[in-house]
Write a protein that binds this ligand. Structure first.
Ligand code: HAS
Ligand code: CU
Length: 581
């Protein structure tokens, strides 16, 4: 890294910096729109402020889910993985046109998806996709929605290919060197991304797209759902791995020290490659048609999958402690005071990590088959994923942006104080919102509904009241929106900032124990991929076979529910009779 000291990423890789900047801005645009829609929903559901029709709630929710969980996260992560690979290999991508090609493909996919969802509320657009981000059949979207998703995913595959090509080119010149840690992280993540997206590609290309085009009459909803979750669990680690990467290679340095152990970090990423995919059935504990035994296997795998996160908690916190002690921190817990709490990049990531500790706890509860029956499809789950993807990932990304945007634009961050305030407001807002959501779920308040209150039924919270819980959710949502506005304002003003005097150099943390302390087999990507494939075959062959056997490859004769959601009961009944006479 010494040759690159005091140079920004823009100085080193001007061409790549442009693509990364474009990817970040695509990500921020999705964040802005998706975030605003989140506020609309939260206020509607809690009955604090209603200005949309309840029927339109599902259009809003679909856009919120896709824009934040898919667009915001993935555009940001392709940006940081491109940064990670080029920085740690100290070489540019092989062909920058290829890099632009995958970025543009992802943009086109996003536009198709976005426009088809917008069709749910704009009559002039003859499309529809009120199918939520899980697009379960028999809810059916316009073909453009599925085509858009495919383009987006293929774009991300090409991005992965780009990182691999860059690494292969580097390896030719450095045949005996270990893969630098950031590249190792990007490559292992890409490998499980390839593995898991096969499921969703199959589901869309063979079943849902032909079905929405009218080429096949029906699908097997349990089959497409299972293929979705085959992808749908692993995707959460696709979001998480870039955040973990930041915690491993940025947090130790920001704390003033070094990463505790490079080998342990490698083990963690290998474990994610092995175990991310064969666990998706833990989202289907309540699905009829999958035998309990298969669910039990998924649960067991899920419990093993806690291990890499627990290892991460240990390694990252140990590295932070090391850094704090270098800065003069002492005592059992006193070292915490020596951490750089005035640095928004550090504080954002540390708070994100802290919240993820709570998120992991609710994840373990979700993962227990029996206790899942209590929380499934309730607001609890929404609380869980606003701590995971909505904070561990989103807050880490926002904090990282305070470092990255100056790196790729050569402009100083407009305001560090605003940034510090922003990460704190996000943390406080999310504390209110997610805690109240978890509690609401415990007494059965459902998720994904504009009208949570059933007629003639009163929810009975053990502590507090429904009104108080709703108020906390609404307050949290408002604070999160304020934090979002603070973030975007800072990003926009940074882009117009003319100062570039004190930009930090493009570096990342060194290690106390480097790769030479670990066996070379850890870098054998072919071996780990082969084992991951075997685990998938073991975990999924029998359940898929039995789903096809009992429900048919193209299902029983169930048609689709098209167009926007209908809330008039008479019309709903009529459409149900149409598809199930
Ligand atoms: Fe989850 C549902 C189980 C992690 C996202 N999850 C969801 C859904 C989403 C989601 C979006 O088993 C809803 C999907 C839908 O729409 O239906 N989840 C888990 C488990 C984990 C887990 C076991 N989830 C995530 C992550 C996500 C995510 C990560 C996104 C990024 N989840 C489930 C289950 C369901 C589920 C069931 C289905 C529920 C249902 O019924 O529908 C684990 O990976 C969690 C492991 C985490 C830990 C925590 C380790 C702590 C660390 C913090 C270190 C601290 C630091 C800071 C660095 C064991 C690493 C220190 C600071 C200082 C100041 C010192
Ligand atoms: Cu999961």
């Amino acid at each position: 890294m010494s040759s690159t000291a005091s140079r920004t990423y823009l100085d080193q890789f001007p061409a790549e910096a442009k693509v990364i900047k474009a990817a970040f801005w695509s990500s921020f645009m999705a964040l802005a729109i998706g975030g605003l829609l989140g506020l609309v929903q939260a206020l509607h559901r809690t009955d604090v402020l209603r200005f949309i029709d309840s029927a339109d709630y599902y259009t809003v929710l679909t856009a919120h889910g896709i824009l934040l969980a898919i667009t915001f996260t993935i555009f940001f992560l392709v940006g940081i993985f491109t940064w990670a690979v080029t920085t740690s290999l100290d070489r540019g991508v092989v062909d920058i046109r290829f890099t632009w090609a995958w970025y543009i493909m992802m943009v086109v996919g996003t536009i198709l998806v976005g426009v088809s969802i917008l069709g749910g509320v704009v009559d002039a657009i003859p499309m529809y996709a009120d199918v939520l981000f899980t697009f379960y059949a028999p809810l059916q979207a316009h073909p453009a929605f599925y085509v858009g998703l495919v383009l987006f995913v293929v774009g991300s595959w090409l991005a992965g290919a780009d990182w691999f090509r860059t690494w292969w080119a580097w390896r030719k010149e450095n045949p005996d060197e270990r893969i630098p840690l950031p590249t190792f992280m990007a490559l292992t993540t890409t490998l499980f991304w390839y593995l898991c997206t096969l499921g969703v590609a199959l589901s869309i290309l063979v079943f849902l797209l032909p079905w929405s085009l009218g080429i096949v009459d029906s699908v097997n909803p349990l089959l497409t759902r299972t293929l979705f979750w085959y992808f749908g669990h692993a995707v959460v680690y696709f979001w998480l791995m870039p955040a973990y990467m930041m915690w491993y290679i940025m947090l130790p340095k920001l704390s003033g020290g070094k990463l505790f152990s490079d080998p342990l970090a490698r083990v963690v990423f290998v474990l994610f490659l092995l175990l991310s995919t064969p666990v998706g059935i833990h989202h289907q504990y309540l699905d009829p048609g999958i035998a309990e035994g298969y669910k039990f296997i998924a649960m067991t795998n899920t419990m093993f999958l806690l291990l890499p996160s627990l290892l991460t908690a240990f390694t990252v916190v140990a590295s932070m402690e090391h850094g704090a002690r270098q800065r003069g921190g002492t005592g059992y817990l006193g070292w915490l005071k020596a951490l750089p709490w005035r640095d928004p990049v550090f504080t954002g990531m540390a708070l994100a990590g802290l919240m993820f500790a709570a998120a992991g706890f609710s994840g373990m509860i979700n993962a227990g088959m029996n206790i899942n029956y209590l929380v499934h499809n309730s607001w609890w789950v929404v609380g869980h994923f606003h701590l995971t993807v909505g904070t561990a990932v989103a807050l880490t990304f926002m904090a990282a942006a305070y470092w990255f945007i100056p790196q790729v634009t050569g402009k100083e961050l407009w305001s560090r104080q605003l940034a510090l305030g922003q990460v704190l407001v996000w943390f406080v807002g999310m504390t209110f919102m997610s805690n109240a959501m978890h509690r609401a779920g415990l007494f059965g308040m459902p998720r994904r509904t504009a009208e949570p209150q059933y007629q003639g039924f009163n929810f009975d919270p053990a502590v507090g009241t429904v009104g108080e819980i709703n108020a906390q959710v609404a307050l949290g949502a408002v604070l999160l929106t304020v934090a979002l506005a603070m973030f975007l304002l800072n990003m926009v003003l940074t882009s117009f900032n003319d100062d570039s005097d004190s930009l930090p150099a493009n570096t990342y943390a060194g290690t106390l124990s480097g790769p030479e302390d670990s066996p070379a087999v850890l870098d054998n990507l072919k071996l780990w991929t082969a084992i991951a494939v075997v685990l998938v075959i073991v975990g999924y062959t029998l359940p898929l076979a039995s789903i096809v056997e009992s429900g048919g490859l193209f299902g029983p004769d169930i048609g689709g529910f098209q167009l926007a959601i209908e809330t008039d009961p008479a019309l709903v009944l009529e459409s149900v009779r149409e598809v199930m006479p």
